[in-house]
Design a protein around this ligand. Structure first.
Ligand SMILES: [Zn+2]
Length: 258
């Protein structure tokens, strides 16, 4: 089995909860196919320093979480030096009011990114994806929403963060299956699509979902147009998904698709 690529998160002790939150977010994004090392994971009895250095050597990409406090920490600066010296992809993410001027000299030349800008978060993780050969896109909206109000230092409360993650994951799961149960797979002239059950309509008008998007957990309602005696369903999420749908019955019965 190929070893998992490792992302190293460097941070100040005061920002441990933020590093933990980000590490959980990264693990969820890559479905645990990528290792994330944050220094808090060192178990007692081990030589902290050598554990950190060994993981820094294994890392394919490194993130430095730079709050104003972190910019003052010699350990954070030392770790940055290791990555810059080794040529490891190194992304300093600034937050909680850190400015370029506050950054240590050795990091001012690095391509730093702001956690208060969604575009910066996306670009930072695109670079990380290249370094670890992955294609998953992190939810930059979620990272932005977390870090926009993050302060430093903040009391460590990792347990509730983890619980929140699990809760959200379960909510997403049940949300996904809940709406899927309201539709059935249909077939018309070589194309598949999903159709809303009348009994589950709950006031919603009759509509069809793109089957390709459905499989990916995306609820994409087909835009239906009438063309040469056929109904064509256009997927608005991906224009390659167009298909033929059987809207004739609806059309004949109550002229819904005129
Ligand atoms: Zn689609």
């Amino acid at each position: 089995m190929r070893a998992k690529k490792l992302i190293f998160i460097s941070h100040a002790g005061e920002d441990e909860c933020h590093a933990t939150w980000l590490s959980e977010c990264i693990r969820l994004t890559y479905d645990n196919e990528v290792e994330v090392f944050v220094s808090k994971e060192i178990t007692s009895g081990e030589d902290d320093r050598s554990t950190i250095i060994n993981n820094a050597r294994k890392a394919s990409a490194a993130i430095s979480l730079l709050s104003p406090i972190a910019t003052q920490k010699t350990w954070v600066i030392f770790e940055a030096g290791m990555f810059i010296g080794r040529g490891t992809l190194f992304v300093p993410f600034i937050f909680a009011g850190t400015t370029r001027e506050m950054m240590p000299n050795c990091m001012q030349g690095s391509q730093y990114k702001k956690l208060c800008k969604k575009d910066d978060i996306r670009k930072g993780f695109e670079d990380i994806n290249k370094a670890i050969s992955r294609g998953e896109i992190i939810d930059s909206e979620k990272v932005y929403n977390y870090f926009k109000d993050a302060t430093s230092p903040r009391p460590v409360d990792c347990e509730s963060l983890k619980a929140e993650h699990v809760k959200q994951k379960n909510e997403n799961k049940s949300f996904n299956s809940d709406w899927k149960n309201k539709y059935s797979l249909c077939f018309c002239n070589g194309s598949y699509y999903y159709s809303l059950h009348e009994k589950d309509a709950n006031g919603e008008p009759p509509h069809f979902l793109c089957s390709a998007c459905f499989q990916n957990g995306i609820k994409s309602i087909l835009k239906v147009s009438f063309k040469e005696n056929h109904f064509i369903g256009h997927c608005l999420n991906d224009n390659r998904h167009d298909c033929e749908v059987d809207g004739v019955s609806y059309y004949k019965e109550d002229n819904r698709f005129q």
